[in-house]
Design a binder for this molecule. Structure first.
Ligand code: DGJ
Length: 734
C-alpha cells in the first residue's frame, strides 16, 4: 500500500515536472515539407533528439504537445532518453551508433552537443544545417537536411571535421539516423544479380538488427539495390498506407541498418559500409557521408514514387527536364565482330527504324595483341582499333551523319584488362594484392580511382574522344567488375581509406566530366543494373536497368526500378531475348521507359519493322506522358498474372495505359483496369495503338469518347487470357 502511494506521488511529481518543462522554452528544429514533419528538440544538456517524424502538423500549438526528450510520457511512465539524432559510439544509447570515432588519444566515445542551426532557401525548398560539437574533443558534425516541399522529399547527409592534434579514425559513418514508431514494420528490399535485378521481397522486422548492404566496391549494386521501403503497420501497398521510401547516393559500399530496439522503436541508419573501411581522417579535413534521400507517404508507394520522379527530374538527374533520345545499339547484334562497313550498315538501319542515334558498343579499341576482340584484352587502351576502324571515330561520326543519325559510344574507363598496354605501363594504378593470387572478374581489374593521376586518366578517356569528335552525342559508361583484391599501393598504411577514397574518386571524375560536357547525354551501365544511384545520376541522364531484356523479366525489373526512378532515367531496349514473345510485346514493354533497340533489322519481318517504326513514332509523341508525366502502377505482376501502368501528361491532356497479360490461367476471370490521374470532368477519346499492320483493335470502347471519371471509376477490359499479350491504349482529351 505504502509503495503504491509513493509511486503515485512520484508519478504526480514527475507529471508536474513535465508540465513545467512544457512551459519552459523549447528549442525545436522543424524540418518540413508540404506533407511531412521531422522535428528535433535540443535537451537541457544540449544533446539533440528526434521528437516527431510523421504527417505534417498544421497547428503549431500541437508541436508543444509532443513528448520531450526528458519527460514523462502520457501514460505516466518515465520516458527513456532515446532517439538521439546522431548518436555516437561509446555513449549510453546501447544500439547501433550513427558515428564511431577513435580519437587521437585512443578514446572511443563521442557526445555531440547542439551549437547552432542555419536555414537557407535553396532551389525547390530549404537547406537546414545543424551544427553539433563534442564538448571534450574538437570534433564538429554538420547535419544537412534539404527539404523539397512540393515533392515531399528530404535529402540528408553529414559532414565531419576535426582539429585534434593527430589523425582520428572513423568506425561508423552513417548519413543520418531516423526513428519510426509503429506496431509493425515491414521491409521491402530488392535483391539482385546479373540479369535478375530488383527482385522485390518483403519481411517483417522484429527485435534486433537487419542489415542490407553491399561490399563490392564498384559495380556495387550487383546483389542488392540501394533502395528500400518500410511499410508501417502493414507491408507497403501501392495505393494506401504509410510507407517510408529511401535511397542512398553512393557508388561504393553502402549499408542500411534497421534496428528494432527493446521498446519496439525502429531506428533506420543509412550510410557507408564500415567493413574493411576504418577511415583515417587527418586534422582540418572534411569527411562527407553520402546523401540519403527519402519520402514519407500516407497514401502508399505509388504516390511516393511520383514524389521521387518529380524531384529527380527537377533537381537531381543530369538534364532531368531535358529531352531523351531513342537509339539503336549494336551490342547484341554484332558483339565484338564488326568493322566500319558493318557499323555503317547498322547506322542506316538506325535511320530506317526512325531512332535518333546509333550507339557503338564494346570492341572498338585496343591494338595488336591487346585488341579488344573479346572481354579478355584491351580495357585501358582507349585508342581506336586501326584494323577494324581505319578511319577512326571521326570516320564513324561522318558515316552516322551521312546516314542521318547521331553517334554515341561505349566506354568502361574505370577498368583494366591485365592484357593491355596500360597494365604494362602502370601496374601500380590497379587495385590488387601484392602478395596473394589475383582474382579476376570478367578477366578485368579495377583502376585505383583514389589516385588523382588515375582520375585524370579516366577523365581523359571522355575528354579525348570529345576533343577529337565534338559531335559525339552520347556515352554509355560501363562498369563490369567489383573490387576483388582490396589493396592499394597508393595508400601505404592507410588501407582502410581505400574503398571510400575510391568511391569519392569515381564521383570526382563523373562530376568533372558532367561539368565539362553538361549537354552530352550519358548512360550509366554496370553489366546491367549494377549502378543506379542518385549521386551518379547527378552526372548521368539515364541508366541501363538490366542485360536481361526478356520482356517478361523486364516487366518485373522495370516495375521495381520505377518505385524510385522516373521512366526517363530507365533505359529499355528491344532485343532478341525471349523470341517466343512477339516483337510487339517486346517493344510495348520497352516503350514504358526510355526506348531503344539492340537488334539487327534483318531479324525483323517487313510487318514487324513497320510495326516498330510506328511504335517509335508513338513513343516520341507520347513522351510528355511517359517521360515527363505522372506514372500510376495499377496492377502488380507480383500479385497477378498481368501488369498494368498508366502515364498521364502533367496537363492531363494525354494519357497512355500499358496492359500486359504475362501468363494468365486458362479462362481466368479478368478484371477491369482503372487508370488513374485523369481529369474526371474531361472527356477522353480511347484508342488502342501499337497494333501490328493489318490488325484492328477488339478492345471494347475503342474509339469511344468517355469521361475521365468513367475510366477511373469503372475502367476498361484491357486484359485478355493470351500469354505474353500486350495492349497500349491512349486517352486523348477532347
Ligand atoms: C555489359 C553491358 O551491360 C552490355 O550492355 C554491354 O555493353 C557489355 N557490357 C559490353 O561488354
Amino acid at each position: 500500500m505504502k509503495s503504491t502511494i509513493t509511486t503515485t506521488l512520484l508519478l504526480l511529481l514527475a507529471s508536474m515536472a513535465c508540465l513545467a518543462e512544457n512551459k519552459t522554452e523549447r528549442q525545436e528544429i522543424r524540418i518540413s515539407t508540404d506533407k511531412v514533419d521531422l522535428i528535433f528538440e535540443v535537451a537541457s544538456d544540449q544533446r539533440l533528439y528526434q521528437i516527431y517524424l510523421g504527417e505534417r502538423l498544421s497547428d503549431t500549438f500541437d508541436l508543444t504537445l509532443l513528448n520531450r526528450p526528458e519527460c514523462v510520457s502520457d501514460n505516466g511512465t518515465l520516458e527513456k532518453r532515446k532517439r538521439e539524432v546522431y548518436s555516437c559510439a561509446g555513449n549510453e544509447d546501447y544500439f547501433e551508433p550513427a558515428l564511431g570515432i577513435i580519437h587521437a588519444d585512443g578514446n572511443r566515445s563521442s557526445y555531440l552537443r547542439f551549437k547552432e542551426v542555419k536555414r537557407e532557401a535553396v532551389k525547390g525548398g530549404e537547406e537546414i544545417v545543424i551544427s553539433l560539437e563534442d564538448d571534450q574533443y574538437p570534433v564538429k558534425v554538420d547535419l544537412h537536411y534539404v527539404t523539397y516541399a512540393k515533392e515531399n522529399i528530404i535529402k540528408t547527409w553529414s559532414i565531419l571535421t576535426h582539429r585534434e592534434k593527430k589523425n582520428i579514425v572513423l568506425t561508423h559513418m552513417y548519413s543520418t539516423m531516423l526513428y519510426l514508431e509503429a506496431a509493425k514494420y515491414y521491409l521491402t528490399e530488392y535483391a539482385s544479380d546479373w540479369a535478375e535485378e530488383v527482385r522485390q521481397e518483403t519481411q517483417e522486422l522484429t527485435f534486433g538488427k537487419k542489415m542490407v548492404d553491399t561490399k563490392l566496391g564498384s559495380r556495387a549494386n550487383l546483389f542488392c539495390q540501394p533502395f528500400f521501403e518500410i511499410g508501417l503497420n502493414q507491408p507497403s501497398q501501392e495505393q494506401q498506407g504509410t510507407v517510408l521510401m529511401g535511397t542512398i547516393g553512393w557508388t561504393g559500399n553502402w549499408r542500411y541498418t534497421l534496428e528494432v530496439d527493446n521498446n519496439h522503436l525502429l531506428c533506420l541508419l543509412p550510410g557507408i559500409n564500415p567493413t574493411a573501411s576504418e577511415y583515417t581522417l587527418k586534422p582540418h579535413t572534411e569527411f562527407s557521408t553520402p546523401e540519403f534521400i527519402f519520402t514519407l507517404s500516407f497514401t502508399g508507394s505509388s504516390s511516393a514514387s511520383r514524389n521521387f520522379h518529380d524531384w529527380a527530374r527537377e533537381y537531381q538527374i543530369k538534364d532531368g527536364m531535358g529531352q531523351r533520345i531513342s537509339l539503336l545499339n549494336n551490342w547484341e547484334n554484332t558483339y565484338f565482330d564488326f568493322d566500319e562497313e558493318k557499323l555503317a550498315e547498322c547506322m542506316k538501319e538506325a535511320n530506317n527504324l526512325g531512332v535518333d542515334l546509333f550507339l557503338l558498343d564494346d570492341g572498338w579499341f585496343g591494338n595488336g595483341d591487346n585488341a579488344r576482340e573479346g572481354d579478355y584484352a584491351g580495357l585501358g587502351d582507349w585508342e581506336v582499333n586501326h584494323q577494324k576502324l581505319p578511319n577512326g571515330i571521326p570516320g564513324l561520326v561522318k558515316k552516322a551523319k551521312e546516314s542521318g543519325v547521331k553517334f554515341g559510344i561505349w566506354i568502361e574507363p574505370e577498368m583494366i584488362n591485365p592484357r593491355s598496354e596500360l597494365m604494362a605501363k602502370h601496374p601500380d594504378w590497379v587495385i590488387r594484392q601484392p602478395n596473394r593470387d589475383t582474382y579476376y572478374y570478367r578477366n578485368q581489374l579495377v583502376l585505383n580511382l583514389s589516385n588523382p593521376q588515375v582520375q585524370d586518366y579516366v577523365f581523359n578517356v571522355v575528354d579525348c574522344i570529345m576533343t577529337e569528335n565534338p559531335e559525339v552525342a552520347f556515352f554509355k559508361w560501363d562498369c563490369n567488375a567489383p573490387i576483388t583484391n582490396i589493396y592499394s599501393s597508393y595508400h601505404g598504411s592507410l588501407q582502410g581509406n581505400l574503398y571510400i577514397d575510391h568511391a569519392q574518386g569515381v564521383r570526382n571524375v563523373m562530376k568533372r566530366v558532367a561539368e565539362k560536357y553538361p549537354h552530352v547525354p550519358m548512360m550509366l551501365c554496370s553489366g546491367g543494373g549494377g549502378r543506379c544511384d542518385y549521386e551518379s545520376l547527378k552526372y548521368f541522364t539515364e541508366f541501363w536497368c538490366s542485360d536481361n531484356t526478356d520482356p517478361v523479366e523486364r516487366i518485373f525489373i522495370q516495375w521495381g526500378f520505377s518505385k524510385f526512378f522516373p521512366a526517363k532515367a530507365m533505359c529499355a531496349h528491344v532485343t532478341s531475348w525471349n523470341k517466343s514473345a512477339s516483337v510487339k510485346f517486346r517493344t510495348d514493354v520497352a516503350s514504358m521507359c526510355k526506348l531503344g533497340f539492340d537488334i539487327g533489322l534483318k531479324e525483323l519481318s517487313a510487318d514487324e519493322l513497320e510495326y516498330c517504326k510506328k511504335a517509335i513514332a508513338n513513343w516520341k509523341r507520347l513522351n510528355p506522358a511517359i517521360l515527363e508525366g505522372d506514372q500510376y502502377r495499377l496492377v502488380s505482376p507480383y500479385e497477378t498474372n498481368h501488369m498494368a501502368v498508366n502515364y498521364v501528361s502533367k496537363d492531363k491532356r494525354e494519357a497512355v495505359l500499358f496492359a500486359y497479360d504475362v501468363h494468365p490461367r486458362f479462362s481466368e476471370t479478368l478484371y477491369k483496369v482503372r487508370p488513374q490521374g485523369l481529369d474526371p470532368n474531361a472527356m477522353y477519346k480511347i484508342e488502342e495503338i501499337n497494333l501490328m499492320p493489318g490488325n484492328s483493335s477488339n478492345l471494347k470502347l475503342n474509339g469511344s469518347v468517355v469521361s475521365g471519371e468513367y475510366l477511373m471509376k469503372v475502367g476498361l477490359d484491357a486484359f485478355t487470357c493470351h500469354s505474353m499479350h500486350s495492349r497500349v491504349i491512349t486517352f486523348v482529351r477532347q
